[in-house]
Design a protein around this ligand. Structure first.
Ligand code: PLP
Length: 449
């Protein structure tokens, strides 16, 4: 059907009646082709763990707005908080004066932090990428140094500064030329696909060569006295939900302490309860100097943040950094309400219980579905790696087809790493819902092999 014909059909009695087909056709007409879509589904509305299209079809949303909608879609309390704030103050800008939701959000985030970050200072921003770029700027300003150590398999965002730290996919850098100077990448300890050729291992039997590699970079490329920061994800998210060995983060902490560099932990995806702690770094006992946050902290609205040790943040002078919308009152209220719900409903605990159950379901299914390779994760941050008949990682193009097929079976997922399904649902997911979503996923996998 032509676009004009679709538009004519959709206009009934002067009011627009959307259809999925019509919306997608109009989108293709005006929206940038740079946006890759995992599914061909048009979302009419969301409720709890479900999304619905314009024809009323229901989907389990295991993507949750890319690991963002922790309390589900359109939670009535979050909706009310947004409406009330919209009637009170929509925007005034933190650079112009003071706003209560901004201060409350800063206090709340700080209070969730491990000591001594719970006495640190906060700056609110708009997105995860902006938080990462802010953390990098702060580290350079606070240390007076310029070099940064980052990891392959890591994702920190797509604007040019955050992208310079990202190391998960050369496609993101394609045709861009030089990015931010001074970032060197070292391999993330990915024991399933060891960069040092040691075959499939586990974090417990890791070869540990990543340690030697970092030392080599410090010996040959980056003088320790020039190192401003190490930036790291506590679990590599986009890179494949890779869980590093237990001594990884403590070793990075030790290197930072030894060299005077700052440890930046990017909790944009892992943060706010998803892995069974408020912040994934807490599983290691390590306390970073700066934490970058985004995604879930805005309760579904755009919000990013950095929380830094007070003596680090205090190295920034007035107007050293800023953002017109950062800490927008409505985004702060939505985030605060979402955090309150998470606390009252014990959702961090639920992430562990339902996440463990879900992982077990997929692990058990491996016996009958050889397309399932490994299943890994923590809490409700789960990767189901798919393999070919001869046990090789499923080619990414094939994985993308599988994800489209999942949509037809009523389950929405994205990918992580080259060959894994990414499950990052709302933390309100119940055991029964997890079972149904898993059954639909397994049916879909059965239909594609
Ligand atoms: C770990 C991590 N850091 C940073 C970002 C960038 O966040 P945003 O897309 O909100 O800019 C992402 C996004 O997926 C992420 O997963």
């Amino acid at each position: 059907m032509t676009l004009a014909a679709i538009q004519a059909q959709e206009t009934w009695n002067g009011a627009r009646q959307w259809s999925s087909e019509g919306l997608i056709a109009r989108d293709h007409e005006v929206v940038s082709s740079a946006i890759y879509r995992y599914t061909d589904i048009a979302f009419a509305r969301g409720e709890g763990v479900f999304l619905y299209d314009f024809e009323g079809r229901r989907y389990y949303d295991m993507a949750a707005g890319i690991a963002t909608m922790n309390v589900g879609h359109c939670h009535p309390r979050v909706v009310r908080a947004i409406a009330e704030q919209a009637q009170t103050l929509i925007h005034a800008a933190a650079h112009v004066g003071y706003m209560a939701p901004y201060v409350e959000m800063a206090e709340t985030l700080r209070a969730l932090m491990p000591a001594p970050l719970n006495e640190g200072k906060v700056m609110l921003l708009n997105s995860g990428s902006e938080a990462v770029e802010s953390a990098l700027k702060l580290a350079r300003a606070a240390t007076g140094r310029s070099m940064v150590l980052a990891f392959m398999d890591s994702f920190h965002g797509r604007p040019m500064g955050a992208l310079a730290a990202t190391g998960s996919n050369s496609g993101y850098r394609r045709a861009l030329g030089a990015l931010l100077n001074g970032v060197e990448h070292v391999p993330y300890p990915n024991c399933e696909r060891c960069a040092f050729g040691h075959g499939p291992r586990t974090p417990q039997t890791c070869c540990g060569q990543w340690r030697t590699f970092i030392q080599t970079v410090l010996d040959k490329l980056v003088h320790p006295s020039d190192l401003a920061a190490i930036i790291v994800e506590p679990i590599a998210g986009e890179g494949g939900y890779i869980i590093p060995p237990d001594d990884f983060l403590p070793t990075l902490r030790e290197i930072c302490d030894r060299t005077g560099a700052l440890l930046i932990v990017d909790e944009v995806q892992t943060g706010l309860g998803r892995t069974g702690k408020w912040f994934a770094v807490e599983h290691s006992g390590v306390v970073p100097d700066i934490i970058a946050l985004g995604k879930a902290i805005g309760g579904g609205l755009p919000l990013g943040a950095i929380v830094a040790r007070a003596d680090v943040m205090n190295r920034w002078w007035p107007a050293a950094h800023g953002s017109t919308f950062g800490g927008n009152p409505i985004a702060c209220r939505a985030g605060l309400e979402s955090i309150a719900i998470m606390r009252e409903e014990n959702l961090v605990r639920n992430a562990v219980e339902v996440g463990t159950h879900l992982m077990q379901r997929f692990q058990e299914a491996r016996a009958e579905l050889p397309i399932i390779g490994s299943v890994r994760g923590r809490g409700l941050m789960i990767a189901v790696d798919l393999v070919t008949a001869d046990g090789q990682p499923l080619p990414t193009e094939r994985l993308k087809q599988v994800i489209k097929a999942l949509g037809q079976h009523g389950v929405i997922m994205t990918k992580c790493g080259p060959s894994a399904l990414r499950l990052a649902p709302a933390l309100i997911l119940t055991r029964e819902q997890a079972d149904e979503a898993a059954s639909l996923t397994l049916q879909a996998l059965q239909s594609v092999i």
